[in-house]
Write a protein that binds this ligand. Structure first.
Ligand code: NAD
Length: 374
């Protein structure tokens, strides 16, 4: 079996799906690795490192032509180059790319998407790329906030006087939010966290941060995720947050609801009352929304009131070494699961495979993706 690694084609993407360390792990299982020239360069993994770990480094056409399994993060721009029978493994966002999944099915490609992994299953945890990448993003969000903020995060006692520590509020305390909380605390800020799930509130407290409670009872949904709020609940939440937000110097938002739009948590009204020099980082920022009113993906704007808003959707890619290393481990754990004896054995009765295999044998086999289409 040959595992191919494609260079990412998405514009700002710096990660790579497999590192030289990952190649060495594959080689130990007597699996060959074929890495596209320059695939890891933007994450500082040079071709020579892959070569030294036992991979063949070759051009893109060769990777498509000779690989049984292709590893990537995002669906490649030239995905039509995949051959029938080939496996394509990545964070393919199949629920948002239904048409592409249909094309892959028609082309006879077996598409496997790590973002459909059953995350609460303990034997799937080593494969959980959403968690590993959210962890990196949460860490970087706190650093980005510290860099953009006009003051210090810690209380500093100097001959020139004592500074007040920054007051940081993290909205949404899943994987990314909890790492943002932990990182901001390490930098010395006074951190408060907020989430609608009961378990997330306990997680915030366990980091030592302050929990911003209410309004009303917790809003837990299925599978450890939050549910979408009703209109009345949204109004109550908005007014509670509008009141709380102006007390903070830094806001980091990470809230998502599976299958729905990201909830709007920071309104223009709240932004207008924040102090000049304060910072808001929106990890949920997309072209048509996000947690923060007016946030624009990958863009830094300053409001008339002097508040810096940063739309920061793709932060994992900005720590490419750590993010690629973690992703490669996740992808390898899945590969090992799919290839127990060095050969791919597809078994759609297996709980993990049933969830992550999107297309196979010319069809979209994943019910969640099929339902999306209808
Ligand atoms: P996510 O990215 O879907 O959402 C981030 C956070 O936003 C969540 O904590 C969610 O509750 C919160 N949120 C949603 N709507 C909100 C609102 N209106 N106001 C405030 N907060 C809101 O979540 P995630 O980080 O991917 O993790 C979701 C859950 O899955 C967590 O409980 C996490 O621990 C769990 N998880 C479990 C495992 C496991 O069991 N091994 C692995 C990974 C994740």
């Amino acid at each position: 079996t040959t595992v191919g690694v494609l260079r990412e084609t998405a514009g700002r993407e710096r990660r790579v799906a497999l590192t030289p360390d990952g190649v060495a792990r594959l080689r130990k299982q007597e699996i060959s690795a074929l890495v596209e020239t320059g695939a890891g360069a933007r994450a500082w993994f040079e071709d020579i490192g892959y070569h030294g770990a036992g991979a063949v480094v070759g051009d893109r056409d060769r990777v498509y032509a000779e690989s049984d399994v292709l590893l990537c993060l995002h669906p490649p721009d030239d995905v039509a180059a995949c051959r029938p029978g080939q496996l394509l493994i990545g964070l393919l966002n199949p629920l948002g790319n239904v048409e592409l999944m249909q094309q892959l099915a028609t082309a006879g490609v077996t598409a496997i998407s790590l973002d459909l992994l059953p995350r609460t299953l303990s034997r799937a945890q080593a494969m959980d790329a959403l968690t590993s990448q959210a962890n990196v993003a949460g860490y970087k969000a706190a650093l980005l906030a510290a860099e953009a903020y006009s003051g210090f995060f810690p209380m500093l006692m100097t001959a020139a006087g004592t500074t007040r520590p920054a007051q940081v509020l993290v909205l949404g305390a899943g994987v990314a939010g909890l790492q943002a909380i932990a990182t901001a605390r390490r930098l010395g800020a006074l951190v408060t966290g907020y989430d609608v799930r009961e378990a997330a509130r306990a997680d915030i407290a366990s980091t030592g941060a302050t929990v911003l409670g209410g309004p009303g009872p917790a809003k837990d949904g299925d599978g450890g995720y939050a549910r979408e709020l009703t209109e009345d609940e949204q109004i109550a939440q908005q007014s509670a947050l509008d009141e709380a937000i102006p007390r903070f110097d830094v806001i980091i938002t990470t809230a998502q609801v599976p299958g729905g739009p990201a909830p709007r948590l920071v309104s223009e009204n709240a932004l207008s009352k924040m102090r000049p020099g304060s910072v808001v980082i929106d990890l949920a920022s997309t072209v048509d929304g996000g947690n923060v009113e007016g946030s624009i993906p990958d863009t830094r704007t300053v409001t008339d009131a002097g508040v810096t808003i940063i739309g920061a959707a793709g932060l994992a890619s900005t720590v490419p070494g750590a993010a690629s290393t973690a992703y490669a481990r996740n992808a390898l754990a899945l590969l090992t699961h799919l290839m127990p004896r060095g050969e791919v054995v597809l078994d759609l009765d297996d709980e993990i495979q049933a969830a992550v295999v999107v297309t196979h044998g010319g069809r979209v086999v994943n019910a969640r993706v099929r339902d999306r289409k209808e």
